[in-house]
Design a protein around this ligand. Structure first.
Ligand code: XMP
Length: 510
């Protein structure tokens, strides 16, 4: 029997991957394909349902993305979200209008028809809007099923053709019961049942990697973090001993981390592993560099140069496996999304790379990577390691990097992490670390004046790193950390706690 399949047509919205993620969470296999794929290709997919994503264009714009109209005659349920919904209104001769002001944020959704996609969801919900245009006139054959104060058609349906359009975004967490709305579309409208999980993803991906690499050889950029560990195990399952993991110690790791990673990988995984001690070359390339983006680019390039050198030693290696995940891709900027920061393995890559890059996790979010790791039987302590960025402490020492600053930061970070663990908070907090903001201030110790560094503590909760909240660590724990750092780490006389969320901040300081 064929597995359920949902086709997501991408009109360039910032949440397209989130739609895919929700569909996967609901146990249905899906694919994101560009809006302009041919009708024959769409037909060949034998899809059980189609979701049209949001996008930043206006349906009346000259170059606005449009899909083949014939999808509406395929007798397949269709759900249009935001721009996708406006496109449906446009195709069926309804009207779309430009609002006076862009509507962005929470709106109260008034549900007027509980049949179908809103079944069991009550009369009102908070929903997340992000649009300028809106459907102002209902097309023929459609009924309004929800409104908001500013949108007369916040949702509409054509029951006979099984076509639904939503002006809001059910895929984002801020839409109350948004996932239930997608679930209703999948289970009730498309009549699907859960028949896919991360284990299936692993199998499909292993098959795909085998087909791509064949009998070729690959190296894997292993940092010991969750993403690269899962990528390594996945590719190892596909090509076995033809994979060699390269762990580069760039001198920007946390206290004792290099030895720990080497030990874990040697003891737990039967994989070829080479440790490259490249501390000196990275630090000399970074000397005097203060701009965060330059640091990231230098590190990204230097990693590649190290891998190229290792490649030469190993002979006939053509592929470089990286544990890139979706937030790395989107933050590094795409042709549609702007650059937030160049993740070392995406935007930080040099243009001339002597490898074919393999990135099996490129479409997944962090928690999905952990779930995939579980399906591959990777031990929980490896999977639950907190995220650590590839550029390491280089982006936690603000401004220019020196051995002395790295030493201070390592010691302070070590104390912070230990105290969080001692307080039993390590499983609760998603990511926690120290930052050296490069600020010196005056203090008094004993009877003398000090002029020393400040350490900032950062601790956040998140599910995927895309957004986060600062953690409300108990004062007693913060106090203990502060006393311990100031009393034992020379060169520090002040501790501050970062209480900003993402957005408007980011998790790392650079
Ligand atoms: P930001 O600072 O962008 O971080 O809010 C989101 C998550 O990504 C991690 N991060 C990186 N991971 N390479 C990585 O592998 C990078 O260049 C990089 N920059 C940030 C960060 O630690 C957080 O978990």
């Amino acid at each position: 029997m064929k597995n359920s399949y949902i086709l997501i047509m991408d009109f360039g919205g910032q949440y397209s991957q989130l739609i895919a993620r929700r569909v996967r969470e609901l146990g249905i296999f899906c694919e994101i394909l560009p809006f302009d794929i041919s009708i024959d290709r769409i037909k060949s997919k034998n899809s059980d349902g189609i979701i049209l994503s949001g996008g930043s264009s206006s349906v009346y714009g000259d170059n606005s993305p449009k899909c083949d109209k014939r999808i509406f005659d395929l007798d397949i349920p269709i759900l249009g979200i935001c721009y996708g919904g406006q496109l449906i209104a446009n195709y069926f001769d309804g009207k779309v209008m430009r609002a006076q002001e862009r509507e962005y944020g929470k709106s109260r959704l008034n549900i007027v028809d509980n049949d179908g996609i809103f079944e069991g969801l009550g009369d009102e919900l908070n929903c997340w809007m992000s649009h300028t245009d809106f459907i102002s006139e209902l097309p023929e054959g459609f009924d309004v099923i929800a409104k908001t104060e500013s949108c007369p058609v916040a949702a509409m349906k054509n029951k006979r053709k099984n076509i639904y359009a939503l002006q809001f975004h059910p895929e984002v967490n801020h839409t109350e019961r948004g996932k239930d709305i997608i679930e209703k579309f999948l289970y009730k409208i498309c009549k699907l049942t859960r028949d896919w999980n991360m284990g299936d993803f692993a199998e499909e991906e292993i098959k795909r990697i085998r087909e791509k690499i064949g009998k070729g050889k690959a190296i894997c950029a292993l940092s010991g973090g969750v993403d690269s560990s899962v990528a390594a195990v996945l590719v190892h399952r596909a090509i076995g001993k033809n994979l060699t993991c390269i762990f580069v110690d760039h001198g920007l790791l946390r206290k004792d981390e290099g030895d720990q990673v080497e030990r874990i990988f040697k003891e737990r995984f039967d994989m070829n592993l080479i440790r490259v001690n490249a501390q000196k070359r990275f630090l000399s390339k970074l000397e005097g560099i203060t701009d965060p983006e330059r640091k990231r680019k230098i590190i990204g390039e230097e990693f590649i140069r190290v891998f190229e050198e290792e490649k030469k030693k190993l002979d006939s290696v053509d592929y470089l496996v990286q544990g890139t995940i979706y937030p790395d891709v989107i933050e590094s900027g795409t042709d549609k999304a702007s650059v937030i920061k160049s993740h070392h393995n995406v935007g930080g890559l040099p243009e001339d790379v002597d490898f074919e890059i393999v990135e099996p996790l490129r479409e997944l979010f962090k928690d999905e990577v952990r779930e995939l790791g579980r399906s591959l039987n990777i031990p929980e302590d490896v999977l639950m390691r907190q995220p650590f960025p590839g550029p390491g402490l280089a982006i936690r020492v603000l401004g220019n990097i020196t051995e002395e600053k790295l030493y201070i930061l390592r010691e302070a970070d070590y104390i912070f992490r230990n105290e969080i663990k001692n307080a039993g908070l390590d499983e609760e907090i998603w990511q926690y670390f120290a930052v050296l903001p490069n600020i010196k201030s005056v203090g008094v110790m004993g009877d003398g004046r000090t002029y020393a560094h400040t350490i900032a503590l950062r601790a956040v909760n998140s599910s995927d790193g895309m957004t986060s909240d600062w953690s409300k660590i108990p004062y007693e724990v913060l106090e203990k950390v502060s006393n311990k750092i100031v009393n034992t780490v020379d060169g520090v006389n002040r501790i501050v706690y970062d209480i900003t969320s993402k957005p408007p901040s980011t998790i790392e300081w650079e």
